[in-house]
Write a protein of this length. Structure first.
Length: 546
Protein backbone atom coordinates (compact mmCIF):
# COMPACT_ATOMS: atom_id res chain seq x y z
CA UNK A 1 0.00 0.00 0.00
CA UNK A 2 1.46 3.34 -1.05
CA UNK A 3 1.18 6.21 1.42
CA UNK A 4 1.22 9.92 0.78
CA UNK A 5 3.07 11.95 3.39
CA UNK A 6 1.23 14.44 5.61
CA UNK A 7 3.11 17.36 3.97
CA UNK A 8 1.21 16.62 0.77
CA UNK A 9 -2.09 16.90 2.59
CA UNK A 10 -1.11 20.16 4.24
CA UNK A 11 0.00 21.64 0.92
CA UNK A 12 -3.30 20.73 -0.66
CA UNK A 13 -5.17 21.98 2.37
CA UNK A 14 -3.68 25.45 2.15
CA UNK A 15 -4.57 25.75 -1.51
CA UNK A 16 -8.04 24.25 -1.47
CA UNK A 17 -10.35 26.94 -0.07
CA UNK A 18 -13.27 27.17 -2.46
CA UNK A 19 -16.37 29.26 -2.70
CA UNK A 20 -19.07 27.89 -4.94
CA UNK A 21 -21.15 31.04 -4.95
CA UNK A 22 -23.04 31.81 -8.16
CA UNK A 23 -20.56 33.96 -10.06
CA UNK A 24 -23.29 35.26 -12.36
CA UNK A 25 -25.02 37.08 -9.50
CA UNK A 26 -25.55 40.75 -10.23
CA UNK A 27 -25.88 43.88 -8.14
CA UNK A 28 -29.34 45.41 -7.78
CA UNK A 29 -28.94 48.55 -9.88
CA UNK A 30 -32.38 49.84 -8.92
CA UNK A 31 -31.12 50.55 -5.39
CA UNK A 32 -28.88 53.58 -4.94
CA UNK A 33 -25.90 52.78 -2.69
CA UNK A 34 -25.89 54.59 0.63
CA UNK A 35 -22.61 55.61 2.26
CA UNK A 36 -24.15 55.26 5.72
CA UNK A 37 -24.61 51.55 5.04
CA UNK A 38 -20.88 51.06 4.52
CA UNK A 39 -18.71 49.91 7.44
CA UNK A 40 -17.03 52.63 9.47
CA UNK A 41 -13.31 53.17 9.11
CA UNK A 42 -11.29 51.15 11.57
CA UNK A 43 -7.66 50.27 12.22
CA UNK A 44 -6.72 46.66 11.45
CA UNK A 45 -3.14 45.94 12.37
CA UNK A 46 -0.86 43.75 10.31
CA UNK A 47 -1.52 40.37 11.98
CA UNK A 48 1.21 38.78 14.06
CA UNK A 49 1.90 35.16 13.07
CA UNK A 50 0.60 32.51 15.45
CA UNK A 51 2.79 29.78 16.90
CA UNK A 52 2.10 27.34 14.04
CA UNK A 53 2.42 29.95 11.29
CA UNK A 54 5.32 31.25 9.23
CA UNK A 55 6.32 34.91 9.34
CA UNK A 56 5.11 35.46 5.77
CA UNK A 57 1.55 34.38 6.65
CA UNK A 58 1.06 37.96 7.88
CA UNK A 59 1.09 39.04 4.22
CA UNK A 60 -1.13 36.26 2.90
CA UNK A 61 -4.10 38.23 1.55
CA UNK A 62 -5.34 35.63 -0.95
CA UNK A 63 -9.06 36.20 -1.43
CA UNK A 64 -11.24 33.20 -0.66
CA UNK A 65 -14.72 34.62 -1.15
CA UNK A 66 -16.52 37.70 -2.49
CA UNK A 67 -19.83 38.91 -1.03
CA UNK A 68 -21.85 41.67 -2.68
CA UNK A 69 -24.91 43.71 -1.75
CA UNK A 70 -26.37 47.03 -2.87
CA UNK A 71 -23.87 49.04 -0.84
CA UNK A 72 -20.62 47.07 -0.69
CA UNK A 73 -18.34 44.48 -2.25
CA UNK A 74 -16.59 42.48 0.48
CA UNK A 75 -13.39 40.59 -0.37
CA UNK A 76 -12.74 38.00 2.33
CA UNK A 77 -9.22 36.78 3.05
CA UNK A 78 -8.34 34.42 5.87
CA UNK A 79 -7.82 37.07 8.57
CA UNK A 80 -9.33 40.30 7.21
CA UNK A 81 -11.98 41.71 4.87
CA UNK A 82 -11.26 44.39 2.27
CA UNK A 83 -14.54 46.27 1.77
CA UNK A 84 -15.41 48.50 -1.20
CA UNK A 85 -18.13 51.12 -0.68
CA UNK A 86 -20.07 51.67 -3.91
CA UNK A 87 -21.42 55.13 -3.06
CA UNK A 88 -18.03 56.88 -2.99
CA UNK A 89 -15.53 54.28 -4.30
CA UNK A 90 -13.79 54.16 -0.92
CA UNK A 91 -12.23 51.23 0.94
CA UNK A 92 -12.01 50.07 4.52
CA UNK A 93 -10.23 47.08 6.05
CA UNK A 94 -12.32 45.14 8.57
CA UNK A 95 -11.68 42.17 10.89
CA UNK A 96 -12.12 38.91 8.98
CA UNK A 97 -15.58 37.34 8.62
CA UNK A 98 -14.66 34.34 6.45
CA UNK A 99 -16.97 31.40 7.31
CA UNK A 100 -15.39 28.37 8.97
CA UNK A 101 -16.33 26.11 6.06
CA UNK A 102 -13.96 28.15 3.88
CA UNK A 103 -11.12 27.70 6.37
CA UNK A 104 -9.99 24.07 6.03
CA UNK A 105 -6.83 24.96 7.96
CA UNK A 106 -8.95 24.97 11.13
CA UNK A 107 -9.58 21.20 11.01
CA UNK A 108 -7.02 19.09 9.19
CA UNK A 109 -8.70 15.75 9.95
CA UNK A 110 -12.00 16.92 8.48
CA UNK A 111 -10.21 18.33 5.47
CA UNK A 112 -8.33 15.07 4.86
CA UNK A 113 -11.61 13.17 4.96
CA UNK A 114 -13.17 15.65 2.54
CA UNK A 115 -10.22 15.18 0.19
CA UNK A 116 -10.59 11.40 0.10
CA UNK A 117 -14.38 11.21 0.11
CA UNK A 118 -15.88 14.66 -0.55
CA UNK A 119 -19.44 15.43 0.45
CA UNK A 120 -22.02 16.45 -2.13
CA UNK A 121 -22.68 20.17 -2.46
CA UNK A 122 -25.90 21.80 -3.64
CA UNK A 123 -26.77 24.23 -6.41
CA UNK A 124 -30.25 25.53 -7.28
CA UNK A 125 -31.55 25.56 -10.85
CA UNK A 126 -35.09 26.67 -11.69
CA UNK A 127 -36.28 26.00 -8.15
CA UNK A 128 -34.77 22.52 -7.95
CA UNK A 129 -31.70 21.26 -6.11
CA UNK A 130 -28.83 19.48 -7.84
CA UNK A 131 -26.05 17.79 -5.85
CA UNK A 132 -22.50 17.45 -7.15
CA UNK A 133 -18.96 16.47 -6.26
CA UNK A 134 -15.68 15.56 -7.95
CA UNK A 135 -13.34 12.80 -6.77
CA UNK A 136 -10.47 10.56 -7.70
CA UNK A 137 -10.93 6.82 -8.31
CA UNK A 138 -10.11 4.26 -7.11
CA UNK A 139 -11.04 5.74 -3.76
CA UNK A 140 -8.36 6.31 -1.17
CA UNK A 141 -8.51 5.71 2.55
CA UNK A 142 -7.29 7.54 5.64
CA UNK A 143 -4.67 5.80 7.72
CA UNK A 144 -2.90 6.59 10.97
CA UNK A 145 -2.34 10.33 11.56
CA UNK A 146 -4.66 11.02 8.62
CA UNK A 147 -2.13 9.78 6.09
CA UNK A 148 -3.83 9.21 2.74
CA UNK A 149 -3.34 5.73 1.31
CA UNK A 150 -4.24 4.17 -2.01
CA UNK A 151 -5.36 0.54 -2.35
CA UNK A 152 -3.06 -0.44 -5.21
CA UNK A 153 -0.51 0.74 -7.73
CA UNK A 154 -1.66 3.20 -10.43
CA UNK A 155 -3.34 1.81 -13.55
CA UNK A 156 -3.27 4.46 -16.33
CA UNK A 157 -6.62 3.45 -17.84
CA UNK A 158 -8.34 2.80 -14.50
CA UNK A 159 -7.13 5.71 -12.37
CA UNK A 160 -9.50 8.56 -13.17
CA UNK A 161 -11.13 11.78 -12.02
CA UNK A 162 -14.92 11.60 -12.07
CA UNK A 163 -17.75 14.09 -11.65
CA UNK A 164 -20.93 12.93 -9.91
CA UNK A 165 -24.30 14.70 -10.21
CA UNK A 166 -27.52 13.80 -8.42
CA UNK A 167 -30.52 15.32 -10.20
CA UNK A 168 -33.82 16.19 -8.46
CA UNK A 169 -35.52 13.17 -10.06
CA UNK A 170 -32.96 10.56 -9.08
CA UNK A 171 -31.20 9.31 -5.96
CA UNK A 172 -28.43 7.62 -7.93
CA UNK A 173 -25.72 9.94 -9.25
CA UNK A 174 -24.87 10.32 -12.89
CA UNK A 175 -21.12 9.73 -13.30
CA UNK A 176 -18.99 11.49 -15.88
CA UNK A 177 -15.30 10.67 -16.32
CA UNK A 178 -13.36 13.92 -16.70
CA UNK A 179 -9.98 12.36 -17.48
CA UNK A 180 -7.85 9.30 -16.71
CA UNK A 181 -4.21 8.96 -15.80
CA UNK A 182 -3.64 7.81 -19.38
CA UNK A 183 -5.25 11.03 -20.65
CA UNK A 184 -2.95 13.06 -18.41
CA UNK A 185 0.10 11.14 -19.61
CA UNK A 186 -0.88 11.63 -23.26
CA UNK A 187 -1.41 15.37 -22.95
CA UNK A 188 1.85 15.72 -20.99
CA UNK A 189 3.78 14.01 -23.79
CA UNK A 190 2.06 16.19 -26.36
CA UNK A 191 3.11 19.28 -24.41
CA UNK A 192 6.73 18.10 -24.35
CA UNK A 193 6.87 16.62 -20.85
CA UNK A 194 7.48 13.07 -19.64
CA UNK A 195 4.83 10.54 -18.69
CA UNK A 196 5.68 10.37 -14.99
CA UNK A 197 3.47 11.54 -12.16
CA UNK A 198 0.03 10.71 -10.89
CA UNK A 199 -3.44 12.22 -10.66
CA UNK A 200 -3.69 15.00 -8.11
CA UNK A 201 -6.81 15.10 -5.98
CA UNK A 202 -9.39 17.26 -7.78
CA UNK A 203 -11.54 20.02 -6.34
CA UNK A 204 -14.36 22.23 -7.60
CA UNK A 205 -13.47 25.91 -7.58
CA UNK A 206 -16.76 27.39 -8.84
CA UNK A 207 -20.35 26.42 -9.56
CA UNK A 208 -22.74 28.68 -11.44
CA UNK A 209 -25.87 28.75 -13.58
CA UNK A 210 -25.61 30.46 -16.96
CA UNK A 211 -27.41 30.15 -20.29
CA UNK A 212 -29.85 27.52 -18.91
CA UNK A 213 -26.99 25.24 -17.98
CA UNK A 214 -25.02 24.48 -14.84
CA UNK A 215 -21.25 25.04 -15.00
CA UNK A 216 -18.38 23.98 -12.77
CA UNK A 217 -14.63 24.61 -12.92
CA UNK A 218 -12.38 21.81 -11.70
CA UNK A 219 -8.83 22.25 -10.46
CA UNK A 220 -6.39 19.77 -8.94
CA UNK A 221 -3.50 19.35 -6.56
CA UNK A 222 -0.02 19.86 -8.01
CA UNK A 223 3.47 19.18 -6.75
CA UNK A 224 5.28 16.04 -5.60
CA UNK A 225 4.45 14.39 -8.93
CA UNK A 226 0.72 15.19 -8.85
CA UNK A 227 -1.04 16.92 -11.72
CA UNK A 228 -4.29 17.11 -13.66
CA UNK A 229 -6.13 18.60 -16.63
CA UNK A 230 -7.91 21.96 -16.38
CA UNK A 231 -11.60 21.24 -16.92
CA UNK A 232 -14.90 23.08 -17.20
CA UNK A 233 -17.94 20.81 -16.77
CA UNK A 234 -21.32 21.77 -18.21
CA UNK A 235 -24.68 20.07 -17.68
CA UNK A 236 -27.90 20.70 -19.60
CA UNK A 237 -30.87 19.74 -17.36
CA UNK A 238 -33.16 19.69 -20.39
CA UNK A 239 -31.22 17.06 -22.32
CA UNK A 240 -29.49 15.56 -19.25
CA UNK A 241 -26.18 15.71 -21.15
CA UNK A 242 -22.68 16.67 -19.98
CA UNK A 243 -20.15 18.69 -21.95
CA UNK A 244 -16.46 19.06 -21.12
CA UNK A 245 -14.17 21.94 -22.00
CA UNK A 246 -10.46 21.23 -21.58
CA UNK A 247 -8.48 23.93 -23.43
CA UNK A 248 -5.16 22.52 -24.60
CA UNK A 249 -3.35 25.74 -23.67
CA UNK A 250 -4.43 25.34 -20.02
CA UNK A 251 -3.92 21.60 -19.61
CA UNK A 252 -1.85 21.67 -16.38
CA UNK A 253 -3.11 25.02 -15.10
CA UNK A 254 -5.35 25.28 -12.05
CA UNK A 255 -8.55 27.25 -12.62
CA UNK A 256 -9.03 29.27 -9.44
CA UNK A 257 -12.48 30.64 -10.38
CA UNK A 258 -14.83 31.00 -13.34
CA UNK A 259 -17.18 33.70 -14.67
CA UNK A 260 -19.14 33.46 -17.93
CA UNK A 261 -20.26 36.22 -20.30
CA UNK A 262 -21.76 36.43 -23.77
CA UNK A 263 -24.61 34.59 -25.45
CA UNK A 264 -25.18 30.96 -26.43
CA UNK A 265 -23.13 31.15 -29.63
CA UNK A 266 -20.42 33.50 -28.33
CA UNK A 267 -19.58 32.53 -24.78
CA UNK A 268 -16.47 33.85 -23.04
CA UNK A 269 -15.07 31.99 -20.06
CA UNK A 270 -13.13 34.23 -17.67
CA UNK A 271 -10.77 32.23 -15.48
CA UNK A 272 -8.24 32.93 -12.78
CA UNK A 273 -5.15 30.72 -13.10
CA UNK A 274 -2.41 29.40 -10.84
CA UNK A 275 0.07 26.54 -10.66
CA UNK A 276 1.77 24.91 -7.68
CA UNK A 277 5.04 23.14 -7.07
CA UNK A 278 6.57 21.09 -4.31
CA UNK A 279 6.22 23.15 -1.16
CA UNK A 280 5.11 26.19 -3.17
CA UNK A 281 1.37 26.70 -3.38
CA UNK A 282 1.14 29.93 -5.36
CA UNK A 283 3.05 30.28 -8.62
CA UNK A 284 1.79 32.73 -11.28
CA UNK A 285 0.47 31.08 -14.43
CA UNK A 286 -1.48 32.90 -17.15
CA UNK A 287 -3.11 35.52 -14.95
CA UNK A 288 -6.70 36.30 -15.95
CA UNK A 289 -7.72 34.28 -19.00
CA UNK A 290 -10.55 35.01 -21.43
CA UNK A 291 -11.29 31.83 -23.37
CA UNK A 292 -13.66 31.88 -26.35
CA UNK A 293 -14.19 28.32 -27.58
CA UNK A 294 -14.68 27.28 -31.16
CA UNK A 295 -18.33 26.25 -31.59
CA UNK A 296 -17.22 23.17 -33.54
CA UNK A 297 -14.57 22.13 -31.01
CA UNK A 298 -14.91 23.40 -27.44
CA UNK A 299 -11.31 22.42 -26.64
CA UNK A 300 -9.90 24.87 -29.16
CA UNK A 301 -10.53 28.57 -29.58
CA UNK A 302 -9.03 31.96 -28.85
CA UNK A 303 -7.36 32.59 -25.52
CA UNK A 304 -6.38 36.03 -24.23
CA UNK A 305 -4.25 36.25 -21.10
CA UNK A 306 -4.07 39.38 -18.93
CA UNK A 307 -1.02 39.31 -16.65
CA UNK A 308 0.99 41.78 -14.58
CA UNK A 309 3.53 41.75 -17.42
CA UNK A 310 1.24 43.13 -20.14
CA UNK A 311 -1.97 44.50 -18.60
CA UNK A 312 -3.18 46.68 -15.69
CA UNK A 313 -3.84 43.56 -13.57
CA UNK A 314 -2.73 44.41 -10.02
CA UNK A 315 -1.84 40.89 -8.88
CA UNK A 316 -0.24 37.91 -10.58
CA UNK A 317 -2.76 35.28 -9.41
CA UNK A 318 -6.50 36.01 -9.69
CA UNK A 319 -8.12 34.21 -6.74
CA UNK A 320 -11.82 35.01 -7.11
CA UNK A 321 -13.96 36.67 -9.79
CA UNK A 322 -17.34 38.38 -9.51
CA UNK A 323 -19.49 39.40 -12.46
CA UNK A 324 -21.89 42.33 -12.03
CA UNK A 325 -23.72 43.20 -15.25
CA UNK A 326 -21.04 44.65 -17.56
CA UNK A 327 -18.38 44.83 -14.81
CA UNK A 328 -15.97 42.09 -13.80
CA UNK A 329 -14.17 42.16 -10.45
CA UNK A 330 -10.82 40.35 -10.22
CA UNK A 331 -9.37 39.82 -6.75
CA UNK A 332 -5.79 38.82 -5.99
CA UNK A 333 -3.57 38.66 -2.91
CA UNK A 334 -2.03 41.97 -4.04
CA UNK A 335 -5.26 43.88 -4.67
CA UNK A 336 -8.41 44.16 -6.75
CA UNK A 337 -9.33 45.33 -10.26
CA UNK A 338 -12.65 46.13 -11.92
CA UNK A 339 -13.31 46.72 -15.63
CA UNK A 340 -15.95 46.54 -18.34
CA UNK A 341 -15.57 42.99 -19.66
CA UNK A 342 -16.73 44.05 -23.13
CA UNK A 343 -13.80 46.47 -23.38
CA UNK A 344 -11.10 44.62 -21.45
CA UNK A 345 -8.37 45.45 -23.96
CA UNK A 346 -8.64 49.22 -23.68
CA UNK A 347 -6.71 49.14 -20.36
CA UNK A 348 -9.30 51.39 -18.72
CA UNK A 349 -9.28 49.37 -15.52
CA UNK A 350 -9.85 50.59 -11.98
CA UNK A 351 -7.36 48.88 -9.65
CA UNK A 352 -6.50 49.12 -5.97
CA UNK A 353 -3.60 47.61 -4.08
CA UNK A 354 -3.48 46.03 -0.60
CA UNK A 355 -0.61 47.23 1.55
CA UNK A 356 0.54 48.01 5.07
CA UNK A 357 1.46 51.46 6.34
CA UNK A 358 2.98 52.73 9.59
CA UNK A 359 3.20 56.13 11.23
CA UNK A 360 6.78 57.22 11.79
CA UNK A 361 7.55 57.90 15.47
CA UNK A 362 8.82 61.27 16.62
CA UNK A 363 12.38 59.97 17.15
CA UNK A 364 14.66 59.02 14.28
CA UNK A 365 14.36 55.44 13.00
CA UNK A 366 17.53 53.57 11.94
CA UNK A 367 17.24 52.16 8.40
CA UNK A 368 19.44 49.21 7.39
CA UNK A 369 20.38 48.57 3.76
CA UNK A 370 20.18 44.78 4.26
CA UNK A 371 18.19 42.50 6.54
CA UNK A 372 20.89 41.38 9.00
CA UNK A 373 23.29 44.33 8.82
CA UNK A 374 24.57 45.48 12.20
CA UNK A 375 25.06 49.14 11.29
CA UNK A 376 22.25 51.33 9.89
CA UNK A 377 22.86 53.09 6.59
CA UNK A 378 20.69 56.15 7.29
CA UNK A 379 17.87 57.23 9.59
CA UNK A 380 14.25 57.99 8.78
CA UNK A 381 12.87 61.12 10.40
CA UNK A 382 9.37 62.48 10.56
CA UNK A 383 9.06 65.88 8.90
CA UNK A 384 5.36 66.30 9.55
CA UNK A 385 2.88 65.02 12.08
CA UNK A 386 1.34 61.75 10.92
CA UNK A 387 3.95 61.08 8.22
CA UNK A 388 3.79 57.44 7.14
CA UNK A 389 6.02 54.82 5.55
CA UNK A 390 4.87 51.88 3.45
CA UNK A 391 5.69 48.46 4.90
CA UNK A 392 6.48 45.84 2.26
CA UNK A 393 7.59 42.73 4.13
CA UNK A 394 8.66 41.23 7.43
CA UNK A 395 11.58 38.80 7.89
CA UNK A 396 13.43 37.23 10.83
CA UNK A 397 16.91 38.53 11.64
CA UNK A 398 17.63 35.63 13.98
CA UNK A 399 15.85 32.31 14.08
CA UNK A 400 16.44 31.67 17.78
CA UNK A 401 15.11 34.95 19.16
CA UNK A 402 12.61 35.47 16.32
CA UNK A 403 13.74 39.10 16.17
CA UNK A 404 12.43 40.60 12.95
CA UNK A 405 12.72 43.63 10.72
CA UNK A 406 10.23 45.28 8.42
CA UNK A 407 11.15 46.07 4.84
CA UNK A 408 9.89 49.57 4.03
CA UNK A 409 9.90 51.76 0.95
CA UNK A 410 12.89 54.08 0.72
CA UNK A 411 12.65 56.56 -2.21
CA UNK A 412 16.38 57.40 -2.20
CA UNK A 413 17.36 53.76 -2.70
CA UNK A 414 20.57 51.76 -2.32
CA UNK A 415 22.74 49.98 -4.87
CA UNK A 416 24.21 46.48 -4.78
CA UNK A 417 26.30 44.31 -7.09
CA UNK A 418 25.64 40.57 -6.95
CA UNK A 419 27.99 37.80 -8.06
CA UNK A 420 25.05 36.20 -9.78
CA UNK A 421 24.30 36.82 -13.44
CA UNK A 422 21.62 36.00 -15.97
CA UNK A 423 20.92 33.28 -18.50
CA UNK A 424 18.14 32.15 -20.78
CA UNK A 425 15.30 30.61 -18.76
CA UNK A 426 15.15 26.96 -19.74
CA UNK A 427 11.44 26.41 -18.98
CA UNK A 428 10.14 28.93 -21.46
CA UNK A 429 6.79 27.21 -21.99
CA UNK A 430 5.96 27.69 -18.29
CA UNK A 431 6.49 31.47 -18.28
CA UNK A 432 3.49 33.77 -17.82
CA UNK A 433 2.58 35.60 -21.05
CA UNK A 434 4.62 38.77 -21.55
CA UNK A 435 7.50 37.73 -19.27
CA UNK A 436 10.94 37.74 -21.00
CA UNK A 437 12.81 34.45 -21.15
CA UNK A 438 15.58 35.53 -18.75
CA UNK A 439 16.55 33.94 -15.46
CA UNK A 440 18.15 36.57 -13.22
CA UNK A 441 18.19 37.53 -9.50
CA UNK A 442 15.04 39.65 -9.99
CA UNK A 443 13.14 36.87 -11.81
CA UNK A 444 10.14 37.13 -9.46
CA UNK A 445 9.78 40.87 -10.09
CA UNK A 446 7.88 42.16 -13.14
CA UNK A 447 8.36 45.28 -15.26
CA UNK A 448 5.61 47.89 -14.75
CA UNK A 449 6.82 50.31 -17.44
CA UNK A 450 9.14 52.21 -15.10
CA UNK A 451 10.72 49.77 -12.62
CA UNK A 452 10.71 46.13 -11.68
CA UNK A 453 8.10 45.62 -8.97
CA UNK A 454 7.02 42.60 -6.95
CA UNK A 455 3.46 42.05 -5.79
CA UNK A 456 2.55 40.10 -2.68
CA UNK A 457 1.46 37.12 -4.79
CA UNK A 458 4.79 37.06 -6.63
CA UNK A 459 6.70 36.25 -3.45
CA UNK A 460 6.96 32.46 -3.52
CA UNK A 461 5.71 31.32 -0.12
CA UNK A 462 7.84 28.20 0.10
CA UNK A 463 6.79 25.74 2.78
CA UNK A 464 10.16 23.97 2.63
CA UNK A 465 13.77 25.04 2.11
CA UNK A 466 14.95 28.55 2.87
CA UNK A 467 11.63 30.29 2.34
CA UNK A 468 11.04 33.28 0.06
CA UNK A 469 14.00 34.40 -2.05
CA UNK A 470 14.96 38.03 -2.58
CA UNK A 471 17.83 40.20 -3.80
CA UNK A 472 20.93 39.38 -1.79
CA UNK A 473 23.68 36.87 -1.20
CA UNK A 474 25.03 34.58 1.47
CA UNK A 475 24.74 31.04 2.75
CA UNK A 476 21.69 29.68 4.51
CA UNK A 477 22.41 28.67 8.11
CA UNK A 478 20.32 27.43 11.06
CA UNK A 479 21.13 30.58 13.05
CA UNK A 480 21.09 33.53 10.64
CA UNK A 481 18.86 34.07 7.57
CA UNK A 482 20.33 35.15 4.26
CA UNK A 483 21.17 38.85 4.35
CA UNK A 484 18.56 40.02 1.85
CA UNK A 485 18.93 43.51 0.40
CA UNK A 486 15.33 43.52 -0.82
CA UNK A 487 12.38 41.16 -0.79
CA UNK A 488 9.74 43.41 -2.34
CA UNK A 489 11.41 46.77 -2.94
CA UNK A 490 11.27 48.20 -6.47
CA UNK A 491 14.33 47.51 -8.63
CA UNK A 492 16.17 49.58 -11.21
CA UNK A 493 18.47 47.48 -13.39
CA UNK A 494 21.93 49.03 -13.66
CA UNK A 495 23.98 46.21 -15.18
CA UNK A 496 23.33 42.62 -16.21
CA UNK A 497 25.77 40.02 -17.55
CA UNK A 498 26.17 36.24 -17.39
CA UNK A 499 28.34 36.63 -14.28
CA UNK A 500 26.98 39.57 -12.29
CA UNK A 501 24.00 41.86 -11.67
CA UNK A 502 23.84 45.42 -10.37
CA UNK A 503 20.58 46.98 -9.24
CA UNK A 504 19.32 49.97 -7.34
CA UNK A 505 16.64 48.89 -4.89
CA UNK A 506 14.19 51.28 -3.30
CA UNK A 507 13.69 49.78 0.15
CA UNK A 508 15.42 49.31 3.50
CA UNK A 509 14.91 47.46 6.80
CA UNK A 510 13.65 48.74 10.16
CA UNK A 511 13.60 46.93 13.52
CA UNK A 512 10.07 45.71 14.19
CA UNK A 513 9.82 47.49 17.56
CA UNK A 514 9.99 50.87 15.78
CA UNK A 515 6.79 50.47 13.73
CA UNK A 516 3.19 49.41 14.22
CA UNK A 517 1.90 48.59 10.71
CA UNK A 518 -1.77 48.68 9.82
CA UNK A 519 -3.54 47.49 6.68
CA UNK A 520 -5.03 49.75 4.02
CA UNK A 521 -6.02 49.84 0.35
CA UNK A 522 -4.53 52.39 -2.06
CA UNK A 523 -5.20 53.19 -5.74
CA UNK A 524 -2.86 51.37 -8.09
CA UNK A 525 -0.78 54.02 -9.85
CA UNK A 526 0.60 53.12 -13.26
CA UNK A 527 3.50 55.03 -14.86
CA UNK A 528 2.43 57.69 -17.35
CA UNK A 529 5.21 57.15 -19.88
CA UNK A 530 5.62 53.40 -20.23
CA UNK A 531 9.12 52.28 -21.17
CA UNK A 532 10.06 48.94 -22.78
CA UNK A 533 11.27 46.16 -20.51
CA UNK A 534 15.10 46.38 -20.48
CA UNK A 535 15.30 42.57 -20.24
CA UNK A 536 13.81 42.21 -23.73
CA UNK A 537 17.00 43.60 -25.28
CA UNK A 538 19.10 41.07 -23.34
CA UNK A 539 17.51 37.90 -24.69
CA UNK A 540 19.94 37.59 -27.60
CA UNK A 541 22.96 38.51 -25.50
CA UNK A 542 22.77 35.82 -22.81
CA UNK A 543 23.73 32.15 -22.88
CA UNK A 544 21.59 29.20 -21.84
CA UNK A 545 22.33 28.00 -18.31
CA UNK A 546 24.77 25.10 -18.34
Amino acid sequence: MKKILPLFGMALLLNACVSTANTSSQANNSVKPQAENCPKATIVSLPMPKENESFYDSFNFHIRNIITDADTVRFQSLKQDFVFCRSNNSWTVQPGTLPKELQPESNYAAFAQETVNPKFKNIEFQGKTYQYRVLREPKFTLGENNNISRPNEPEPTQDRVVFELVTPNSEKPQIKTLYTLKDLQDVAVKAGYGTGGQLGFPRITSATVYDNRIWWSVAFEQGEGNNGIATIVSYDPKTEKFSLIQPEALWSTQITDLAITGDTKNLTFWMGTNVSGEGNLYIPAKGLVAYRPNSQNLNSGSLTAYTVNDSPLVGAIPDKLKLENDKLWISTANGVCQFNWQAADNRDWSCWRFTAMANLPSEEVPLYSALTNKTPAVSLSRNNSGETVEVLWWSPVEYQTLKKRYEVKYPQGFTVKLDEGASIYEFNNSLPPGKPQIDWPGFQWHWNGDRFVRGLDEVSLNLVGSGPQGIGSGQLSPEVPINWNAMRGDLELLQLSPKSTSVKYYSGWVDEAKLQPYLTVVPQARPQNLQPNPLAAKVNELPSRQ
